[in-house]
Each structure stands twice: as structure tokens, then as C-alpha cells.
Design a protein around this ligand. Structure first.
Ligand SMILES: C[S@@+](CC[C@H](N)C(=O)[O-])C[C@H]1O[C@@H](n2cnc3c(N)ncnc32)[C@H](O)[C@@H]1O
Length: 241
């Protein structure tokens, strides 16, 4: 493991793993509208390679992995720093045993060969890294030439993330992250076709307001002054062929 904040992250997630699926920050069960939208956008961004090998950095409880395995033809590999989180993911993914592999790995120094994956994504994990520029470099290294990458991270300017960043030590690195910085790291990592989208402006609950939230999100995305308050920052790019 790299000499960063990884030990702190491992300690946090070993205590927090059991509560991860149902927290105050997700306003109840994690499998909610906002997560479904995020995951669908990530999968869409990687579709050009569907059927190859996809890598996720920061598996968590396997929510993204499950969607990938159920809705694409990808074979899935994922790394996470926390054994506690990987145990949860392995339980969730049991029925897909022949198409997934998860293991311990630090996003700052991935245990993978250069260009080993057809597509790579990271969701909600880069904002835990002490050196996110290094994390972006690793993403760019892991994908094959011409392969797509997708990175979905929280925006500390959204009120609940601002509070989480201030009160939860393990969330503090979120202040290192911004749209312009993500673009800069992607360029420095040698990626091309780089795009940044600001995604979601509404909380995940109540689900019965989903249609209203969808309309608000669509409207907010077109209002210059509001765009900076999005829940998530979504970067897509490609390694040069
Ligand atoms: C908020 S969870 C996100 C998990 C999943 N992608 C999701 O959105 O549900 C963050 C995950 O990043 C992992 N993590 C934190 N620092 C890491 C590092 N340096 N390398 C790999 N994983 C790390 C944590 O153990 C945790 O499982």
C-alpha cells in the first residue's frame, strides 16, 4: 500500500462496512435513484467495449459491479483497499462467480499490468485519495490504448457533501477535488476526448418525487449559476490509441 492515507481509509471502512448500505448520507438504502442514475451513466460511457474486461477502482459493497454484471457482457475485476468492503461485495456478487474477480489494491498503485483492461471506471473513490492525480494516472495506465474511462465523484459544493467533508475525517480529501482539477489530472495522465459533466442536483429521496427531481435536474443542468452545485462530477475520456 502506498504511503498515503490508505491506513486511515482501511480503518474507517472496517468500522463502517456494516452501515455502508444504509446511512444518513444516502438517506436510507444505498440502492437509490441517484445511484441508479450514476451507474447507468458510467455503463453508457463504457459501452463501446462491452464484452471485454472492465476494471473498477474502489469496489465498495459491489453495487456498481452487480449492475455491470447484470446489464453488460463485461467480465468484471475490482480492487479496493478494504477487506471488509470486499467481503460484502463478494457476498453480493456470489451468483456471478464465473465473471468477476475482486482483490485488495491501492488506487495509488494498482496491481495491474499496463493496458490490461478494455475499460476502467472509478466511482466515489477518487475523493478518498490523498493523491488523486496519481489515481487518475493509474486509471489511464490500466486501460488499453483507445479504451474508455469514466470517473464519477462527489462535488463538495453540494450541501450534504460539504457537511460530510467537514465532519467525517475519511471524507476530507473531497476538498482536493473539483471539475477543473479533474480535467487537469486527466490531461496530465495523457487521456484524450476528455469531457466533464455535472450530474444530479437533487437528493436521492423521496423516491415518489423522482419525476419532479428528474425535471429539476434537467433544468438545473442548463443554468450556468447552478451548475457548480451539482451532486456529482462525471469525467469521461479515452486513452489515445
Ligand atoms: C464510498 S465507497 C465507494 C464504493 C463504490 N464504488 C460505490 O460507489 O458504491 C469508497 C471505497 O473506496 C475504498 N478506498 C478508499 N481508499 C482507497 C484506496 N486508496 N485504494 C482503493 N480503494 C480505496 C474504500 O474502502 C471504499 O470501499
Amino acid at each position: 500500500m502506498s504511503d498515503s492515507n490508505v491506513r486511515q481509509q482501511i480503518d474507517h471502512y472496517s468500522k463502517y462496512a456494516e452501515k455502508f448500505e444504509n446511512t444518513i448520507w444516502t438517506m436510507g438504502p444505498r440502492e437509490n435513484r441517484n445511484h441508479r442514475i450514476k451507474i447507468a451513466k458510467i455503463v453508457d460511457a463504457l459501452r463501446s467495449e462491452d464484452g471485454g474486461r472492465v476494471l473498477e477502482i474502489g469496489v465498495g459493497s459491489g453495487l456498481h459491479a452487480e449492475h455491470v454484471l447484470e446489464h453488460t457482457k463485461f467480465d468484471y475485476t475490482g480492487f479496493d483497499a478494504s477487506t471488509s468492503m470486499l467481503k460484502m461485495a463478494a457476498q453480493r456478487l456470489e451468483r456471478h462467480a464465473d465473471r468477476f474477480h475482486v482483490g485488495i489494491g491501492d488506487a495509488h498503485k494498482l496491481p495491474v499490468a499496463d493496458g490490461a483492461f478494455d475499460a476502467v471506471f472509478c466511482s466515489g473513490t477518487m475523493h478518498h485519495l490523498r493523491d488523486p492525480a496519481r489515481g487518475m494516472h493509474e486509471i489511464a495506465r490500466a486501460v488499453k490504448p483507445g479504451g474508455p474511462v469514466a470517473v464519477m465523484e462527489p462535488n463538495w459544493k453540494f450541501p450534504s457533501m460539504l457537511v460530510a467533508g467537514l465532519v467525517v475525517r475519511a471524507e476530507r480529501e473531497v476538498f482536493r477535488l473539483s471539475g477543473p482539477k479533474m480535467l487537469q489530472w486527466a490531461r496530465a495522465a495523457g487521456l484524450e476526448d476528455i469531457k466533464l459533466e455535472r450530474v444530479l442536483y437533487t437528493p436521492p429521496k423521496p423516491e415518489r418525487w423522482a419525476a419532479k427531481f428528474d425535471r429539476f435536474d434537467k433544468w438545473a443542468a442548463g443554468v450556468a449559476g447552478l451548475r457548480r452545485w451539482s451532486v456529482m462530477l462525471f469525467l469521461t475520456a479515452r486513452r489515445p490509441a
